[in-house]
Design a protein around this ligand. Structure first.
Ligand SMILES: [Zn+2]
Length: 107
């Protein structure tokens, strides 16, 4: 049997999905804001604070959740995992569609 490169890629992709199990939905947002304290460095309106958030649909409603500073990098990576998951699913579906169309031809 010749090795089917599509099946090899599909197998590799499917096996890679386990590493993405901690993925988070939504998008990563950075907002700049002033805290309101008159003596803070942000009071000049230029050196603003960064607030990081997850923006996500919950039961169809848009929500944003603040991300504590200690979790920012971790959350950013988990949201990125979702993007890779979707890309892998698209590729797997593309391979399966191609195989379906080939099977259809072979009858
Ligand atoms: Zn401030």
């Amino acid at each position: 049997m010749p090795i089917d490169p599509d099946l090899q890629s599909r197998g590799r992709l499917v096996r890679s999905l386990g590493a993405l199990r901690e993925m988070l939905p939504g998008s990563f947002v950075e907002r700049k804001r002033a805290c309101g304290r008159p003596n803070c460095h942000c009071a000049d309106g230029k050196n603003l604070h960064s607030q990081f958030q997850i923006s996500v649909l919950v039961q169809g409603q848009p929500k944003t959740f603040n991300i504590p500073t200690r979790l920012v990098e971790q959350v950013r990576q988990k949201i990125e995992m979702r993007r890779r998951f979707e890309a892998a699913a698209d590729t797997i579906c593309g391979i399966n569609l191609k195989r379906f169309l080939q099977q259809k031809e072979n009858r």
